[in-house]
Design a protein around this ligand. Structure first.
Ligand SMILES: Cc1cc2nc3c(=O)[nH]c(=O)nc-3n(C[C@H](O)[C@H](O)[C@H](O)COP(=O)(O)OP(=O)(O)OC[C@H]3O[C@@H](n4cnc5c(N)ncnc54)[C@H](O)[C@@H]3O)c2cc1C
Length: 545
């Protein structure tokens, strides 16, 4: 049997696994990526790539490809709530197009949300995201990508050196090979073989609702309401959401099944014609079931094995957090594994992955489930919604007032940018209080454990572009002596870059003269002078205390 060795073995080559592989390649670390499918999952699931995810993708230079392959930058991203695609428009959330928002941001408009990140929400199907990620994977000499290979078993060996031995099988030939890895990261999705084999339980609430997803083509379906991002179908018989993948030709309808209803009993063409409200020709591409959950793995780390993405947490799609949370998991574990392999990280760094990312999984799945309950409750009226009666009017007005409260579905900047690693053992607390977590509102801060706020340095250049693969000490006052900082980092082997920035642009937002940023763009420490015990700070942020 053939045996390969690698520092890092990634199981699962969908959005999260490929993001991890690309981030490791960006960090010059070799890995083997094993994915059982030979091609990309053609069924689009996610449609919202968060600004935070785009900030990570920006570093590998694929951000523009995502924008270019998304819905036309001139198309508005409206959310419409209708009784059918030929019926009444009950409610609408108007969202300007990407280009309109960018023009607003460029004009210096006062809306702070426009300036929190170089990006707003990028709308494109997950299948398109995966194509771009795969294209990038295939260009990386550091990634040994093995599509069509499936993990069938694994074990951890602790002596003489802790490592993982995995068995993989080729789907075409049946050939079995062995892969020996220093670390293994499971990105193998909700049914994760890795998680179940290790017996890691999922905590939370499973089976919030069952759906059937119908991916289809029906040109003209939006002829009455025009372009929208998502059309929610409010009548209880057909309740669900219709995602528009292009100018109005291709869609996916996610329909909430009734209790006990089998997805295979749904006639997809009939259902689409019902929500169309007329006899429109429909071409079905695929029909798949899926289940909404609010579940998080109890442990994200077992020895040298880590869970990321849907292997670690299962969401409802409301809010669009599943993939984005998984990508942020990958960014957190990538530099920590790099540190271990390069010898400057301590074992505390590996524990900090669970410590930092699991609370985010809990927080994000709970927020998403909250949005789902509210939305699902909207699917409780029937035919009266279309009627010109007092009963119909009352039902519509009730929905309007309820839907007014569901802004989280479209604006979650607090959750996507304002997440923080509270109490992390590798972030050095400065004793300040955190601003309360609010999924809808983001307040830029350099408080340790938070995302480094983006600021434009000059036209088209974000501070994020000036951060490298290493730790960065950002200094807004060149008179502050950082020699001891540099010396302590050097002594520990921790790669550190000193970045001088203009106080005029940065001092107010960054609050402190020195801000130490981790390789994953999170703040590790801040202060106005080099701390007396700078060695202790360096040791803490590299997991050696
Ligand atoms: C309707 C819908 C809408 C959504 N919308 C959004 C959204 O707008 N934004 C968002 O962020 N998220 C969204 N999500 C969630 C998102 O789709 C998932 O969170 C995301 O796909 C998780 O990515 P992953 O790579 O962790 O897992 P998956 O995408 O499930 O990929 C796992 C991969 O592992 C492979 N694999 C499994 N077992 C093995 C094995 N033994 N050996 C080798 N390979 C294996 C599989 O073939 C697969 O390719 C949505 C989900 C749904 C259903």
């Amino acid at each position: 049997m053939k045996t390969s060795t690698t520092p890092i073995l990634i199981i699962g080559g969908s959005s999260v696994g490929m993001s991890l592989a690309n981030e490791l390649a960006h960090r010059n670390i070799n890995c083997i990526l094993v994915e059982k499918q030979k091609g990309i999952n053609p069924h689009p699931r996610a449609n919202a790539v968060a600004n935070r995810t785009m900030e990570f993708y920006r570093r590998w230079g694929i951000d523009q490809a995502l924008i270019d392959n998304g819905i036309s930058p001139d198309s508005p991203a409206d959310y419409l709530y209708t009784t059918s695609m030929n019926g009444r428009l009950v409610y609408k959330i108007s969202l300007p197009s990407h280009n309109q928002l960018m023009a607003l941001a460029d004009s210096g408009a006062d809306d702070k949300r426009l300036h929190h990140s170089p990006y707003l929400k990028t709308i494109l199907g997950q299948n398109e995201v995966d194509k771009i990620l795969k294209n990038h994977v295939l260009k990386q000499p550091k990634i040994d990508a093995r599509y069509g290979w499936e993990l069938i078993g694994f074990r951890q060996v602790e002596q003489p050196k802790h490592h993982v031995v995995a068995m993989v099988k080729n789907g075409d030939t049946g050939e079995i090979q062995e892969i020996v890895a220093d670390y293994m990261v499971a990105c193998d999705g909700g049914q994760s073989l890795v998680r179940t084999t290790m017996g890691v339980p999922l905590k939370g609430k499973g089976g919030l609702a069952h759906f059937v997803a119908i991916h289809f083509k029906a040109p003209g379906l939006n002829r009455k309401f025009g372009h929208g991002n998502i059309y929610f179908q409010l009548k209880k018989q057909y309740g669900g959401f219709l995602m528009n993948w292009d100018g109005g030709t291709t869609y996916t309808f996610h329909h909430v099944l009734k209790d006990g209803q089998d997805w295979q009993d749904v006639d997809p063409v009939d259902l689409i014609q019902k929500i169309a409200g007329w006899n429109i020709p429909v071409e079905i591409f695929s029909t798949q079931p899926w289940t909404a959950h609010q579940l998080v793995a109890e442990y994200y780390r077992r020895g040298h094995i880590f869970l990321t993405g849907d292997a670690a947490h299962l969401f409802t799609p409301t809010g669009g957090f599943g993939m984005n949370t998984g990508v942020a998991d990958a960014m957190d574990i990538a530099w920590k594994l790099q540190a271990m392999l390069e010898g400057w990280g301590g074992d505390g760094l590996l524990d900090s992955y669970h410590e930092e990312r699991r609370p985010i999984g809990v927080q994000n799945t709970a927020t998403s489930a909250g949005y789902f309950y509210a939305l699902n409750n909207s699917f409780r009226f029937g035919e009266e919604l279309d009627e010109d009666t007092a009963e119909g009017e009352t039902a519509r007005q009730t929905l309007v007032s309820e839907l007014d409260g569901q802004v989280g579905l479209i604006d979650s900047s607090g959750l996507l940018l304002g997440y923080r690693y509270e109490g992390s053992s590798i972030c050095v607390s400065d004793g300040t209080e955190a601003v309360p977590f609010d999924p809808q509102h983001y307040w830029p801060t350099t408080r340790p454990g938070h995302r480094l706020p983006h600021l434009w340095v000059k036209e088209g250049v974000s501070v994020l572009d000036l951060l490298g693969r290493e730790f960065t000490l950002i200094r807004t006052d060149p008179d502050v002596n950082v020699d001891d900082f540099r010396g302590a980092a050097e002594a520990a082997g921790l790669p550190l870059k000193i970045l001088d920035v203009s106080a005029e642009i940065f001092a107010e937002t960054y609050e402190k003269k020195l801000v130490l940023v981790r390789p994953d763009l999170m703040v590790a420490w801040r202060g106005d002078t080099t701390p007396n015990d700078v060695t202790a700070v360096i040791d803490q942020v590299r997991g050696c205390l």
